[in-house]
Design a protein around this ligand. Structure first.
Ligand code: AVI
Length: 327
């Protein structure tokens, strides 16, 4: 049983209450005060975390990126053949440069490409690079958080749209959030619009766990970087050698879980707050849901998307679904 010990209760509550809702400090202080400690996975991606994630995508053990890429490269023409009326590709989150390039090449009928991203810097960099390489394409960057409703510029409203959400990022959402997300995408593409989405499949536990606990230790460094980030940004004093990366497959929930396990009884200070850890207690840092094709199609239908086609890689580890909005 873990308890939150506060050095100075008044200062600690002020620290918790006085911070910007949704920020890193807020999330860490609130998450570590819960009976089952947690920090939301969106905070992995500071500069160091984003670089480590890039490294993960190149690991032999982490099959999702190259499996999905093989699908876009091998089936691009077939995907495009399903979309003769599509003129605009709207990407939810930019930065998947290789994947977007494969799709843009496969779909010469596109007139517009609209990446949506919360990071203005990333958006500008990607938009400039793509404009240079695809001079006939109008690139319309949209600076927004795609976890909230996104309004498209006028020029995109009347043309056929394909939303693009690769990388199995939907797996990092809780199923109810995934449903809400799909419903928002449906509103964005409008009746008859499409969504092309990459989703990791359920498979044997060994392959799944290895992908999230690679022999090189890159995913361990990615997970532990959350504590290093708290030390850098929040005046925390996590002893990184006192925590170990753990990846487990929770078969009942159909998800990989990442945790940071305390290797001993210890206390950690974050500003005025003190958090006690028992030996073996964990901070839950990520869920990555895996969907069997029937499960994902059910989820899509619940969001009023009709599955049009499904492509998988040669090892059947990953799936790309084309869905059409029923309006
Ligand atoms: C970004 N997201 C889809 C990755 C995943 O597979 O859930 C994040 C990740 N976590 C550990 N390895 C990769």
């Amino acid at each position: 049983m873990s308890v939150v010990m506060l050095k100075d209760r008044a200062a600690a509550f002020e620290a918790i209450d006085g911070v910007e809702e949704g920020g890193f400090r807020d999330a860490v202080l609130r998450g570590l005060a819960l009976p089952h400690k947690m920090i939301p996975s969106r905070f992995f991606y500071d500069e160091r975390g984003s670089a480590l994630f890039e490294d993960i995508t190149r690991l032999e053990a982490y099959y999702p990126t190259r499996s999905e890429m093989a699908i876009f490269e091998g089936h691009g023409a077939d995907i495009a053949a399903h979309l003769p009326e599509t003129r605009a590709l709207v990407e939810f989150g930019s930065g998947s440069s290789l994947k977007i390039r494969a799709m843009l090449k496969a779909m010469p009928q596109l007139t517009h490409y609209a990446p949506i991203d919360i990071s203005g810097e990333m958006l500008t960099r990607e938009a400039q690079a793509l404009s240079a390489d695809f001079p006939d394409l109008e690139v319309v960057p949209i600076h927004a958080d795609f976890m909230s409703p996104v309004e498209l510029p006028k020029e995109l409203r009347e043309i056929g749209k394909l939303a693009f959400f690769p990388g199995s990022t939907i797996g990092n959402l809780e199923p109810y959030e995934a449903l809400e997300f799909l419903a928002r995408v449906r509103d964005t593409v409008g009746t008859g619009g499409h969504l092309l989405i990459g989703v990791d499949r359920k498979k044997d536990t060994e392959t799944l766990v290895r992908a999230y606990d690679d022999p090189e230790g890159v995913t361990a460094a990615f997970n532990l970087n959350l504590l290093a980030r708290a030390n850098r940004e929040l005046e925390a004093d996590f002893d990184l050698s006192g925590f170990a990366h753990e990846a487990r497959y929770n078969a009942d929930r159909g998800r990989i879980e990442m945790h940071l396990k305390s290797l001993k009884e210890q206390a950690v200070s974050i500003g005025a707050c003190r958090f006690d850890f028992t030996e073996g207690e964990t901070i839950h840092t990520e869920n990555s849901y895996k969907y069997a094709p029937d499960e994902f199609r059910l989820l899509a239908r619940a969001a009023r998307f009709e599955p049009v086609a499904t492509w998988t890689d040669a090892n059947e580890r990953f799936a790309v679904y084309l869905l059409q909005s029923e309006g």
